[in-house]
Design a protein around this ligand. Structure first.
Ligand SMILES: C[S@@+](CC[C@H](N)C(=O)[O-])C[C@H]1O[C@@H](n2cnc3c(N)ncnc32)[C@H](O)[C@@H]1O
Length: 253
């Protein structure tokens, strides 16, 4: 009885916030990317692929917060095996810039794969010291790599991980994923508030990524949760917490 009352109260609170059009970070719960796009508010840009969206959070993403350290640890540990890395969702090269203080990036051919708006901005903003950084708009264009890094991509990716990885020329020996957002129930797509835009944001069923990695022929050799990033969709709190996760997976021999 208590649980039912709590759930009803959460639903009422969420819908009230939605009705009041509160300026929340996450709004709505949809069955698909396309359905979420169809609900973007008039006057706002839809999705990530716009010049005016590229600067949003750019400086923050170039920092190295605590939750990047598992990725740094693995990149450092695997360094002797890495000559080329594909950074999917790498934006303008934000992690290349952030990680440059800790890794010997002049030894790694670092290829960012991202949407056209970010690739255009990334190419325009390349610094003289970014000698090993380059960009592609299609992952198929990237040459064979030792590592696929996808940090912060999975909430925004509008295709299954299996499809993305199978479009690579050669399966990379390692896949490093960070900030995969998960929940216990079915996958939902909400809209993230970027100010100038609303961007579809996937909160995936917790088994989706491990199952995809297994189907692709990978063993998960490390994983973690980022508890400080947990959140709820403010308009749909009854859907529970979204949990951020990271994975390191190695191709089975
Ligand atoms: C939050 S940023 C992540 C930036 C950085 N990797 C990090 O960890 O902070 C998400 C990135 O995913 C990109 N993205 C979204 N959908 C994509 C897609 N279908 N293919 C490639 N990149 C995509 C966005 O353009 C954006 O640069």
């Amino acid at each position: 009885m208590r649980t039912h009352l709590k759930r009803a109260a959460l639903i009422a609170l969420g819908r009230f916030r939605a009705l009041r059009r509160e300026n929340v970070r996450f709004r709505g719960a949809f069955a698909s990317f396309d359905e979420a796009v169809a609900h973007v508010r008039p006057g706002l840009l839809a999705g990530y692929d716009h010049d005016r969206v590229t600067p949003v959070s750019r400086e923050v993403m170039q920092q190295v917060p605590l939750w990047d350290y598992p990725i740094l640890y693995w990149l450092k540990r695997l360094a002797p095996e890495i000559t080329r890395l594909v950074d999917a969702g790498g934006h303008i090269g934000v992690k290349y810039r952030g990680f440059g203080r800790y890794l010997e990036l002049e030894l790694v051919d670092w290829i960012v794969y991202d949407l056209p708006a970010q690739v255009k901005a990334g190419r325009a903003q390349v610094r003289p010291q970014d000698r090993t950084l380059s960009f592609v708009e299609r992952i198929e264009e990237a040459p064979a790599a030792d590592v696929l890094l996808a940090s912060g991509l999975m909430p925004y990716l509008n295709e299954p991980l299996t499809d993305l990885v199978r479009r690579m020329r050669v399966l990379p020996r390692y896949i490093l994923l960070n900030k995969v957002v998960t929940r216990d129930g079915p996958t939902v797509v909400t809209l993230e508030n970027f100010g100038v835009a609303e961007v579809p944001y996937h909160i995936r069923n917790v088994d989706e990524v491990p199952t995809a990695l297994d189907m692709l022929g990978y063993d998960i050799i490390d994983s973690w949760t980022i508890d400080s990033l947990a959140h709820r969709i403010q308009t749909h709190p009854e859907l529970g917490h979204a949990t951020y996760r990271g994975y390191v997976a190695r191709l089975r021999a």
